[in-house]
Write a protein that binds this ligand. Structure first.
Ligand SMILES: C[S@@+](CC[C@H](N)C(=O)[O-])C[C@H]1O[C@@H](n2cnc3c(N)ncnc32)[C@H](O)[C@@H]1O
Ligand SMILES: *[C@@H]1O[C@H](CO)[C@@H](O)[C@H](O)[C@H]1NC(C)=O
Ligand SMILES: *[C@@H]1O[C@H](CO)[C@@H](O)[C@H](O)[C@H]1NC(C)=O
Ligand SMILES: *[C@@H]1O[C@H](CO)[C@@H](O)[C@H](O)[C@H]1NC(C)=O
Length: 314
């Protein structure tokens, strides 16, 4: 009901329904992966083209590899999860809990910036992001009224700061947990040569902290400067759940796939998971495939808001 209203209010949205009885039966998700795995395996086992030169009597037809492998589907099942999430902790102790357990009790904003970085950082109100001010943020924040938001993929903080300003304007008391290793990605300085580097160490984390301080949002935003995989498992084990989970880290299929699966597990009942690059140039790197497959397996609907995909947990 509510979700329908949401669609009516935003008539630009396109809605994608995935039929239950599509190609793959939802009850046998592992089959998809065996197929995927076999495709890879065959690729690896195929003889390199140069080796076919030894068979001189045959024309250019490549030799067919013979595969004799049996697969235990239980072991391959990507949905077999051994970690059990703890019961949710109250939202008002999320920030304190994370500062205590991740940073030994001292907020990263305390005594910031350190002397060695201070003069290298830029104090600017222009923070580079990607679709970071899209209408989806306001739509979802007004609808869900989140106490806890987990953002997976933060970079310089553009989308996190935008969400912090929205929640403040609406009068919500919201913590935005920013999961990012703050390394960027290999080769990223081709496009971001104004982020300082010291002995090969990119100061992305410090520049992000500086941006949050510049926008006076250090009370509402808390970074978790570690890999998304280890962090999302830990949040589940610590009972840190979110009303909104935003996925915008690695855009290849395997990264998006694992972030979506792990992010979904820390969603509160009635929460919403959403992410960038469903309809942009980067989409077919794997984000859209991961989102669609996830929705199909869980029998959920993918909605679209601008460049973003949106999935309601219930
Ligand atoms: C596209 S940027 C995020 C942009 C941000 N949401 C915005 O709108 O401004 C992707 C970020 O994901 C982070 N990232 C990529 N893979 C990651 C991983 N496995 N763990 C943690 N962070 C990762 C990168 O460091 C980078 O900052
Ligand atoms: C397949 O793997 C599961 C999980 O590791 C194991 O319990 C089961 O015995 C295995 N089955 C066979 C036939 O090896
Ligand atoms: C962590 O905090 C305790 C108590 O404040 C302090 O004694 C200890 O040195 C700190 N450890 C590190 C690694 O900073
Ligand atoms: C900065 O944010 C705090 C809340 O965290 C608020 O009390 C204060 O008034 C803000 N300062 C300015 C200059 O906006």
């Amino acid at each position: 009901m509510k979700t329908e209203q949401y669609l009516h209010h935003h008539h630009n949205n396109r809605r994608i329904s995935l039929t239950k009885n599509a190609l793959i039966k939802t009850s046998k998700p592992a089959a998809y992966f065996i197929l995927l795995l076999l495709t890879y395996t065959i690729g690896y086992l195929s003889p390199p083209s140069s080796s076919s030169t030894t068979i001189t009597s045959l024309p250019s037809q490549p030799q067919q590899p013979i595969l004799r492998i049996s697969i235990n589907t239980t072991e391959l099942d990507p949905f077999r999860v051994t970690t059990r999430c703890a019961d949710p902790i109250p939202p008002e102790i999320v920030r304190r809990t994370l500062i205590d357990r991740l940073f030994n009790g001292t907020s990263p904003f305390e005594n910031f910036p350190p002397a060695h970085a201070a003069e290298k950082l830029r104090q600017t109100k222009r923070v580079k992001g990607w679709g970071s001010n899209g209408a989806v943020f306001e739509n979802l924040i007004r609808k869900v009224r989140p106490r806890t938001i987990v953002e997976v993929g933060t970079f310089l903080g553009a989308s996190a700061i935008h969400m912090a300003e929205l929640t403040r304007r609406i009068g919500l008391n919201t913590q935005i947990i920013c999961v990012d290793d703050f390394r960027g990605w290999a080769g990223f300085i081709d496009r971001f040569n104004n982020i300082p580097m010291v002995n090969g160490d990119v100061l992305l984390f410090y520049q992000f902290l500086q941006n949050v301080v510049t926008f006076n949002q250090s009370e509402s935003v808390l970074p978790v400067p570690f890999s998304s995989g280890s962090t999302l498992i830990l949040l589940c084990e610590w009972g840190v759940f979110a009303d909104l989970v935003e996925i915008d880290a690695g855009h290849d299929f395997l990264s998006a796939w694992s972030d979506i699966n792990r992010g979904y597990r820390i969603l509160r009942p009635g929460g919403v998971i959403f992410g960038h690059d469903y309809f942009t140039a980067a989409d077919n790197k794997g984000v859209r495939r991961a989102v669609d497959l996830f929705a199909r397996i869980h029998n959920l609907k993918v909605r679209v808001d601008g460049q973003h995909w949106v999935i309601y947990s219930s």
